[in-house]
Unconditional design. Structure first.
Length: 101
């Protein structure tokens, strides 16, 4: 992919500096489509194809899940995935100085 990026870097439509400010689901899908289009017709390894297919199928779903979890955590310090109303509380340290939840 790095070799393809170096080749594509000289085209005017490809950005040279990545922006890591906010990750959006639509942008992830567009980036995956852009990578697929750049690699179309080129001889690439099957592992790369598998990773791109995995990203295409799962990343948008996972991004939506992470955005939902982030929205919950903006209101709270922690939460349990199985019981949305429960929170974790730290107990007193035992004689081995192990903190337990």
């Amino acid at each position: 992919m790095e070799k393809v990026y170096k080749e594509e870097q000289h085209t005017p439509n490809t950005p040279n500096t990545p922006d890591f400010e906010a990750i959006e689901t639509d942008k992830v899908e567009a980036d995956i489509a852009q990578i697929n289009n750049a690699l179309k017709g080129k001889d690439i390894d099957n592992k790369i194809k598998q990773k791109l297919n995995y990203a295409k199928k799962n990343w948008s779903v996972n991004m939506a899940k992470y955005e939902k979890q982030d929205a919950i955590l903006k209101e709270r310090n922690s939460y349990s995935k199985t019981d949305k109303d429960a929170t974790f509380m730290r107990m007193k340290d035992n004689h081995m100085q192990n903190g337990q939840l």
